[in-house]
Design a protein around this ligand. Structure first.
Ligand code: HEM
Length: 402
């Protein structure tokens, strides 16, 4: 069919391949995708909104166990290491853990973090605002969610640099191909797990006013997360909560640069902040895809899928589905309703950090409007060479010093 939706260089030079996704949605929505260079069987590419939702909501048909990249499986050693991570679990094991950690991420718990999130954003802006220019990714978008997570887990200030480095290493942020070798990921994961075990021991002795402390407490049935489960959860937060929000923030900024009328619109009507974060997440779709594995023979849209087949759901394509969104290729910060699935298709793995990510994006763009209202590009933005994270590596910006 002559389409390419996986070459990382393509994402680096052009952003996600809109034309190919549009064609797939129209002509082959459940498409068998092969790349002989991978030396492994291909996968079903699922590109329409309803089908991504269907796969996400049927874990009994489409498993998250040991899922990894589109072509490969996790190595046995890694399965042993990661099997305690919620992201790789299926119900009922997943349900128990998820119910446990949900307690820390309710809208009420997250709202309590607002003042702190505001402080973090102010502090980062303080550090650059007198200079009149900075790199939006390095100086603002990258440290912002990381410092928020450190607060969330009650990590001491002096550990933040180390945690920042681990987090970057886990996702391969310093690698030109934005990938990390299984060996490096394993080594860093082990360091994070050791750190998290110490944090758990410390928090048990000295409870704080943070989510880590509340997650270590027993639930209403008296059950607790084990230390291993807690440590794995901290590791998951570092993977899932940083890169995503970082690229939501920088992709959102770039979207405003490309649509200055929307920046002016928001400046003139702050009430639009209510809908802005969701439109940014739809537009940017920081997570491009996730992988599942079919557990039994089934069908999607009449296409036969066999047990064991890999199934890849493309959120970025679903978020541009013409059947769901009016003018899907328009960045409209007032879009309402906006049923995007940038945070997942609504199944059991639906993003735990949704409320937090929305709040972070709201606070950040509100403060940028206040403190850098004339922020503008000062050079070309460089995209990530990744087909998993739709992101930006570098984005020089300029603003009036104050
Ligand atoms: C899961 C996107 C921010 C924690 C997910 C999934 C997506 C996603 C698409 C679903 C994966 C699936 O169905 O398999 C995003 C985006 C974000 C964001 C676009 C920001 C704009 C955050 C934040 C946190 C977080 C700030 C936490 C601090 C998680 C966790 C999961 C998850 C723990 C796994 C949930 C589970 O397996 O039950 N996220 N996320 N995310 N996210 Fe987020």
């Amino acid at each position: 069919m002559g389409i390419d939706i996986i070459t990382p260089e393509l994402y680096e030079t052009r952003g996600f391949p809109d034309d190919d996704f549009r064609r797939l949605r129209r002509e082959s929505p459940i498409h068998w995708y092969e790349d002989p260079a991978q030396g492994a069987p291909g996968f079903w590419a699922v590109t329409r909104y309803d089908d991504v939702v269907h796969v996400s909501r049927h874990p009994e048909l489409f498993s998250s166990h040991a899922r990894t990249s589109m072509f490969t499986e996790l190595a046995e050693d890694d399965i042993a290491l990661y099997q305690l991570m919620m992201l790789f679990m299926d119900p009922p094991q997943h349900t128990r853990q998820r119910m446990f950690v949900n307690r820390g991420f309710t809208p009420r718990m997250i709202k309590q973090l607002e003042e702190h999130i505001r402080e973090v954003a102010h502090r980062l802006i303080d550090e650059v605002v007198t200079r009149g220019e900075c790199c939006f990714v390095r100086d603002i978008a990258a440290p912002f969610p990381l410092y928020v997570i450190c607060e969330l887990i009650g990590a001491p200030m002096e550990d933040r640099e180390k945690i920042f480095e681990w987090s970057n290493a886990l996702v391969g942020a310093d690698d030109p191909d934005y990938s990390t070798s299984p060996e490096d990921a394993r080594e860093v994961s082990i360091q994070v797990l050791e750190y998290a075990h110490k944090l758990a021991a410390h928090r048990r002795e000295h409870p704080g006013d943070d989510i880590a402390t509340s997650l270590l407490e027993p639930d209403s049935d008296g059950k607790r997360l084990s230390s291993d489960e807690f440590a794995m959860f901290i590791l998951l937060l570092l993977i899932a909560g940083n890169e995503t929000t970082r690229n939501g923030a920088s992709g959102g900024m770039l979207a405003f640069f490309q649509h200055p009328d929307q920046w002016q619109r928001l400046a003139g009507n702050r009430a639009l902040l209510r809908t802005t974060a969701d439109e940014i997440v739809r537009w940017v779709s920081p997570v491009n895809l996730f992988r599942r594995t079919a557990l039994k023979d089934t069908e999607i849209r009449g296409q036969r899928i066999h047990a064991g087949d890999k199934v890849v759901i493309f959120y970025s394509s679903a978020n541009r589905d013409e059947d769901i969104f009016a003018d899907p290729y328009t960045f409209d910060i007032g879009r309402d309703p906006n049923p995007h699935i940038g945070f997942g298709g609504g199944g059991p793995h639906f993003c735990l950090g949704t409320h937090l990510a929305r709040l972070e994006l709201n606070v950040l763009f509100e403060l940028l409007l206040d403190r850098m209202p004339d922020i503008r590009p000062a050079g070309e933005a460089r995209r990530l060479r990744s087909n998993f994270i739709n992101g930006i590596k570098e984005m020089p910006v300029r603003f009036a010093p104050s």
